[in-house]
Write a protein that binds this ligand. Sequence first.
Ligand SMILES: [Zn+2]
Length: 104
Amino acid sequence: MIKKVKIITLDYDVEMVPRLENESGNELYGWHQEYNQRILISEEYTEELQVRAIWHEVCHGLFRQFGMETDDEEEICRALGHMLPTLLRDNPELVKLTMGDAVP
Ligand SMILES: [Zn+2]
């Protein structure tokens, strides 16, 4: 797993944790914490679900950065958490076009 992610103007630390749950005791894949610029990802899930979780949490970070408020945020981030990594994998030429010379 990566250690850092930059969401527009904020640098976040990414930390793997053994288990995540919300106040109601429901298990979570990940958790976006804007107040301390951390994204927590649960180690209990497969690597693919961890990838979706980080994209999901990045989506929440984007909503915060752009001051977007909607009751649909969770649903949108759930969808984008699946869509974005799939699009990147399916379109390496698009990634290359976007990244230009910055491709590692
Ligand atoms: Zn969420």
